[in-house]
Design a binder for this molecule. Sequence first.
Ligand SMILES: [Ca+2]
Length: 391
Amino acid sequence: MTRRSRSFVLTLTLALLSPGCTSNPPQHKAGLRTAVAAPPASGIARQMPAPSAMQATAAPVIPASKPLSEPVGPYRATRVLGDYAGYDAVDQFIDRMAARHGFTREYLNGLFSQVSRKDWTLNYMARQAGAAASPRPGAWTRYRAQFLTEAHIAGGAAFWNRHAEALRRASERYGVPPEYIIGIMGVETIYGRNLGSHRIVDALTTLAFDYPRRGDYFAEELENFLIMTREEGIDPTEPVGSFAGAMGLGQFMPGSFLKWAVDFNRDGRRDLWEADDAVGSIANYFAQHGWRSGEPVVTRAVVTGSAVESLESGYDAQYSLAELQRYGIQPADHCPDGQRVRLLRLRAAQGDEYWLGHENFYVITRYNHSTHYAMAVHELAQAVRARYLRG
Ligand SMILES: [Ca+2]
């Protein structure tokens, strides 16, 4: 049996089982999930100008617990017309969506006939691919200045005041302090001010079929997006967001939406453009990635001598405190006992700064694989907290 026909049988089995099993979801869910390979998605986040949750792996998440609902929108065609006419890869993608998820080809042909190829995005991605990888002196100071602005800090304190109840509830349920939830939204979108205006279906289709370097990743996100819009009853041409397909206040990619978004205001929908759902979803994302309630994020390091320069640094570079001590590196404050830390070097305008990143720092990098990103979230969180408490 081919993979496609096997998927079709599984989908059919699922569709037949679902109606009578609402109180006991079928046990096929896990098997279906693992039937789809998840490619690594690292690397691209560092090349993005605006941070986003696109680091999350794009393994399609198959909604086994709900019966299939009808996709939304008046789309119907016998073949794809427009920008994506004649793309074999698009036709194959449509075949896969039909076999694996029960979409009709007529609907998807009609939908993809409405999609625009975004040449601006392709040109931008091509330029980014050649960008320098290692930070130059002063890089951290320049990066930080984009996010530690008055608009970010005052806006964060105002957001906290406006949404105090949801933030308190999320903090209690998931163990994540409000200021870190706010820090993510501040860095990502300035609390909804910069949500992006690119149609998600255009962004993901363009990157899936015209950007070979990461085409597989974006094709899986496109698959997740179509599942998401069907589950949530949204016309796929409606959602807008970043040029790379990230959505809402926290800029979730569709795969992250399916796995970690929550209906935190309990209105029956997961809507990441709505503040309460965004707050709960970001807190859930952190909790599911191992946030440790009550533990610190970073500790400043005091460095003696120059041996530190021979050590690898970055959010993946882990050491024990004893190892670091041999290289002249000590924490400036008390650190949690017995834990390994990550040695972080930030290239500030006044010289390099060294910090020790704890587990919670690493959790922030799961949102975007970047030391600069996680440090900006941390510093903004602290600045917003100070402003909020000042009143
Ligand atoms: Ca909701």
